[in-house]
Write a protein that binds this ligand. Structure first.
Ligand code: G6P
Ligand code: MG
Length: 239
């Protein structure tokens, strides 16, 4: 075998390792979804939607329906509730219903504290800062700034991109592209951490790598997956 052939065999056998090395160098920023990734507000969203649903006479709204609301905008989440009932609402009535749910939700945020930060989230942010990797939040929520203040994670985040910055919701990549831009990074240099199908799709649509976490992590088709941020086995492999 000629030297060239040897080289060719060597390169193709080790292609995966070379590609991983290349990918490794590429992650310069990590963009975290907020609800259900950094903080347990996903449960508070669920309780608020359930309360509204029950008031509307929709008694069978449950966790399965709520799974579809993960990562989805407030108005689109309302549609997921209303499709379980038979009554039709005008746009104005729908806006009032969404506001009502938000009032319930905001009331429950009043008792939010650093104890509600999800396992491993703070440690992951600290580890990334130590490694010189930039961090941001990319969340559809208009309540993101208030939540981040209450759970005291603001000092560990370089930038925030949230529902107040965007007009298109996930799976549109806008919220993550805005986050990358605020960090001064190209989308392909960023990893997105998500707990929702819409969010994983949004990140992929934006050309970013994905780490799926949360109760649905095994079903979301992320590039990497972990039950939560404390059970990520090997950050070196991801970064
Ligand atoms: C996140 C949550 C959704 C929520 C959306 C809007 O994506 O996962 O459940 O509907 O934000 O949140 P907001 O706090 O503005 O109603
Ligand atoms: Mg989420």
């Amino acid at each position: 075998m000629t030297f060239i052939n040897h080289l060719r065999t060597f390169l193709s056998t080790n292609r995966k390792i070379f590609l991983q090395e290349e990918e490794k160098k590429m992650i310069r920023g990590v963009i975290f979804d907020l609800d259900g990734v950094l903080v347990s507000t996903d449960e508070l969203h669920y309780q608020a939607w359930k309360r509204l649903a029950n008031e509307l006479g929709i008694m069978d709204f449950g966790r399965k329906d709520n799974e579809r609301q993960r990562g989805v905008s407030r108005m689109a989440s309302l549609e997921i509730v209303l499709e379980k009932g038979t009554k039709k609402y005008t746009d104005e009535e729908k806006r009032a219903l969404a506001e009502k749910k938000n009032d319930y939700y905001k009331k429950s945020l009043q008792s939010l504290s650093p104890e509600d930060v999800l396992p491993g989230a703070k440690e992951a942010l600290e580890m990334l800062r130590e490694r010189g990797v930039l961090t941001a939040v990319g969340s559809a929520s208009k309540n993101a700034p208030e939540i981040l203040e209450r759970i005291e994670l603001m000092p560990l985040l370089d930038k925030i991109s949230c529902g107040l910055d965007i007009t298109r919701s996930k799976p549109d990549p806008e919220v993550f592209l805005v986050a990358a831009e605020k960090l001064g990074l190209a989308p392909e240099d960023c990893l997105v951490v998500e707990d929702s199908a819409a969010g994983i799709q949004a990140a992929r649509n934006g050309g970013m790598k994905t780490l799926a976490v949360g109760p649905l992590s095994g079903q979301l088709g992320g590039d990497f997956e972990a039950r939560n941020l404390s059970s990520v086995e090997n950050w070196d492999e991801i970064l």
